[in-house]
Design a protein around this ligand. Structure first.
Ligand SMILES: NC(=O)c1ccc[n+]([C@@H]2O[C@H](COP(=O)([O-])OP(=O)(O)OC[C@H]3O[C@@H](n4cnc5c(N)ncnc54)[C@H](OP(=O)(O)O)[C@@H]3O)[C@@H](O)[C@H]2O)c1
Length: 255
């Protein structure tokens, strides 16, 4: 890794402590980006990702963030600014990846208002207001990537609110792209298919995993690395004319 370079671009990855976000953070660092990653309940995991990047010669800082607490976002963005000044001698960053998310495991009949509100707060409201707060810190010409899901495109029992909110994130991506275009900030969606992380308790027993693999053209579940490497590859000027788009990383699930 080589992020000692003062001119390196900087990415902030929410939920960068585990799963897909961790892989995005590690792959971004491998490509020479400075990384600010967030964790929520598991500080040790967040610090471990930052330590791994720093030990390999990159530069990363882990910060705590609860995406459901909109009232904390002003303080969080002040903390981000401090970290940028201290570690990179900069007052802005280049890329924001809205990756943090929580899963749903309840049929419509069993979905309480509490479950509904928590999903909305973390997976949609938090993305909207965190982006609103951080956009002044994103350099002109930067990029935002919102992590959606294959479940925004196809329906599956037990994830109605989650899937609908991810569809909402895809709509929001286009609206962000429209309003932030005056600053040449691009906004894209990456939609993972079924990825083998701890999300929602994991992908279940072998029979369920075989079932998912059978629905996928490439015949397997995805790995966090499949998504991390793709997102990191978008975090460069190579994707400079890709805007308001949805890229699915799912091996061809449900086609
Ligand atoms: N895995 C899949 O099959 C799949 C498929 C499609 C889309 N996705 C999407 O991909 C993204 C990442 O999923 P994943 O599979 O990597 O999940 P994961 O392994 O469960 O990791 C979730 C990450 O989000 C953080 N997080 C959880 N609640 C949070 C909150 N309230 N505020 C801020 N951060 C919070 C976690 O931090 P702590 O551990 O510190 O709490 C962790 O870093 C999510 O948006 C998910 O919807 C996943």
């Amino acid at each position: 890794m080589n992020t000692k370079n003062q001119n390196s671009k900087i990415v902030l990855v929410t939920g960068g402590s585990r799963g897909i976000g961790r892989s995005i953070a590690l792959n971004a660092a491998k490509r020479g980006l400075g990384v600010i990653l967030t964790y929520h309940s598991n500080a040790g995991a967040g610090e471990a990702v930052a330590a791994e990047i720093n030990a390999a010669g990159g530069k990363a800082v882990a910060l705590k963030l609860d995406s459901s607490q909109v009232g904390s976002f002003a303080g969080f963005s002040e903390r981000v600014l401090e970290v940028l000044k201290q570690n990179w001698n900069r007052e802005n960053l280049d890329y924001l990846v809205n990756n943090a998310g929580i899963a749903q495991r309840s049929l419509i009949a069993d979905t309480t208002e509490e479950i509904f509100d928590e999903l909305v707060n973390v997976n949609f409201k938090g993305v909207f207001f965190l982006t609103q707060k951080l956009v002044p810190l994103i350099a002109d010409g930067g990029q935002i990537i919102n992590i959606s899901s294959g479940l925004a495109r196809f329906a599956f029992p037990g994830v109605a609110v989650y899937g609908a909110l991810k569809a909402g994130i895809e709509g929001l991506t286009r609206y962000f792209a429209k309003e932030f275009a005056s600053r040449k900030i691009r906004v894209n969606t990456v939609a993972p298919g079924a990825i083998d992380t701890e999300f929602g308790g994991g992908k279940g027993d072998e029979a369920h995993r075989q079932q998912i693999a059978g629905m996928t053209a490439l015949g397997r579940l995805g790995e966090a690395e499949d998504v991390g490497v793709l997102v990191a590859s978008l975090l460069s000027d190579d994707s400079r004319f890709v805007n308001a788009q949805r890229i699915e990383v799912g091996g061809g699930i449900y086609i």
